[in-house]
Design a protein around this ligand. Sequence first.
Ligand code: PEP
Ligand code: MN
Length: 271
Amino acid sequence: MPDSVRAVTVRDCPIGGPELVVMAGPCAVESREQIFAAAEKVAASGARFLRGGAFKVRTAPSTFQGLGLEGWRLLREAASANGLLTVSEIVAEEQIAEARRYVDLAQVGSRNMQNVPLLRALGRARMPVLLKRGFGCTIDEWLHAAEYVLAEGNEDLVLCERGIRTFEPATRFTLDVAAVAIAHRRLGLPVVVDPSHAAGQRDWVLPLTLSGVACGGDGLLIETHPDPAHALSDGPQAVVLAEFGALIEAARAVARAVGRSIPSAALAPVR
Ligand code: PEP
Ligand code: MN
């Protein structure tokens, strides 16, 4: 575990300690069946957070934009039933009050990394934040964005490396593994690695997951779906839910090799 990192505790879950925190679920909440299936499986595999977007920031307006508030309700319900916490993207300051009821860790998406009013508002709200790196942003710009949250007195901040745009088209983005160590050194904040958006295709999620653990990531943010062929967003990069357990098992072996661990399934308390 990088000794320069100060853990951030979200409810009862420390991020940045010896245990890696797995956050997993679909790109977007699509239905009750889908999110409950995902919650049950990821909890059984040792995840602590259920992910799922309800307000999606998609590249094209013609694509699925999320279920909105109903998506957050379903996310919370499925998470609670399986002893999981929730992580979901918040796209505007006006959503913060409502988000507190449903979201434990507020994700700021790659496309919003430099939305300064949103960063400041989340800082003032003292809500735990997961700040994804903008895919066209340098490490320096990412860490300066983080400072906007910290400057408002909110230290419950976790960073997320999710890949940057390079000249390489074989993957959707290029996972910048050095960014994990550099961010640790520069700000001492925990860093979660998102192999899914970097990979863009499920075949590359396993190797990027392993590299994310090996390079010192404090957690993983992984997209998984019960039926990726019919997913309404990011289907090609979604790990098939039935294969999720094996992926985490492989990550566990690397975690052990670097002196960390990934817990196995918690006995799910219903919150
Ligand atoms: C997501 O997590 O589904 C997402 C939209 O990620 P990013 O902001 O990194 O593209
Ligand atoms: Mn996605």
